[in-house]
Design a protein around this ligand. Structure first.
Ligand code: NAD
Ligand code: GLY
Length: 359
């Protein structure tokens, strides 16, 4: 078992990573605000893991909210179901909300916790690789809007994150690959050595090698925890964690939530960002090829959907959260392991890239 810390002063919290942690009463109890606990999960994860969690909370007043599974349910309407449960059970301000599931449950339950009575404690129990390496850490919570991904949300940090690596054994291979997209992103943004290590070990990760996955989670969380500690509310450096997301979010919205997995859209988006970086004269062809090759070996798409047109990207990119002064800001790569937030790129280059990737 390894423990990392997200250093945010009085709101600091641990990320605990290891096998068979779900159901460990001693791990959770120091982080429960009071007697009342509400566990939020979905109808795919709950049959697999809810019993273990509830068994460890037997001495608490416990309620569970099981939501329908899927990105298409990450909505204000679904959020209302969580508020209904909290209110129906007269949950007070010292209730702890526990999110058991992937990034969709973590983001939605976290946002419910941010809003309910202006903020209650919440714990992340992430069960997908994507959530364990990225979404459960850092306190970004949100639901989607038909016009834009994660557009309705808040920064609300969890009080702890417990990543049980054993839960990954039931994860579908496609979902494992989607998680690896965020892992590769982490290497691309800030750690060339980690990227090279992934080139040597990606097949082991795809084979669910427990040691390799644990290392991947710890390394990704270590980098993310440091960035979040330096820039919690994304006024600067944290934006780099959105490499590939401006293009990726456009793909997710345009194709309908849930059709392209978030990690898949980010993968294609990172290739688009790398291509733009090459046109800026920053990456060379060999580096772009390395990126494409690793994503392909991770069984991720490197081309966006053929039906997407330049106009589709531009329409959705205008709604990106990184738009500033009407200008779409992009995360580009100066090298593998070094990302940069850019607003002064030539528009013609962006149009060239969008044209090349349009069907
Ligand atoms: P997800 O939550 O939809 O989970 C993927 C699928 O795996 C779902 O069907 C889920 O029910 C199932 N599942 C979860 N755990 C399982 C397990 N152990 N065994 C079997 N099946 C399991 O998707 P995700 O990829 O985890 O998360 C994507 C979401 O995360 C997106 O909404 C994205 O916007 C968000 N996200 C947020 C942040 C952040 O910083 N908050 C960062 C990255 C992504
Ligand atoms: N996934 C982007 C962030 O947490 O900032």
């Amino acid at each position: 078992m390894a423990t990392l810390n997200v250093d945010l002063g009085s709101r600091s919290y641990p990320i605990i990573v290891g096998a068979d942690l779900l159901g460990d009463r001693a791990l959770l109890s120091p982080y429960l605000a009071g007697d009342e606990v509400v566990v939020v999960s979905n109808d795919r994860v709950a049959p697999l893991y809810l019993d273990r969690v509830t068994a460890s909370l037997k001495d608490r007043r416990l309620n569970c909210q099981i939501l329908p599974d899927g990105e298409q349910h990450k909505t204000v309407g679904t959020l209302q179901l969580v508020f209904d449960t909290l209110l129906d059970n007269h949950c007070s301000r010292d209730t702890t909300l526990i999110a058991l599931g992937g990034g969709v449950i973590g983001d939605l339950a976290g946002f419910a916790a941010a809003c309910y009575q202006r903020g209650i404690a919440f714990i992340q129990l992430p069960t997908t690789l994507l959530a364990q390496v990225d979404s459960a850490v850092g306190g970004k919570t949100a639901v989607n809007h038909p016009q834009g991904k994660n557009m309705i949300g808040a920064f609300h940090q969890p009080v702890c994150v417990v990543s049980d690596t054993r839960t990954l054994v039931t994860l579908e291979p496609r979902q494992l690959s989607a998680g690896l997209a965020e892992v590769i992103k982490c290497g691309l943004i800030c750690d060339e050595l980690f990227f090279s290590w992934l080139e040597d070990n990606i097949e082991k990760a795809l084979a669910y090698d427990e040691e390799v996955l644990e290392y991947v989670i710890i390394e990704s969380c270590r980098h993310k925890a440091q960035m979040v500690a330096r820039d919690e509310k994304e006024v600067g450096e944290r934006a780099l964690l959105n490499l590939g997301h401006t293009f990726g979010h456009a793909i997710e919205v345009a194709t309908g939530y849930g059709n392209w997995l978030h990690g898949e859209a980010v993968s294609a988006g990172m290739v688009m960002a790398a291509t733009m970086s090459q046109k800026m004269g920053w990456l060379d062809k060999a580096q772009c090829d390395r990126i494409r090759e690793l994503l392909t070996r991770a069984r991720l798409p490197i081309d966006p959907p053929v039906a997407m047109r330049s106009a589709d990207y531009l329409r959705h990119m205008k709604a990106d959260k990184k738009v500033s002064g009407g200008r779409v800001r992009l995360i580009l790569l100066e090298a593998i392991g070094r990302a940069r937030l850019v607003s002064d790129y030539p528009d013609a280059l962006l149009h060239e890239v969008l044209g090349e990737f349009s069907g």
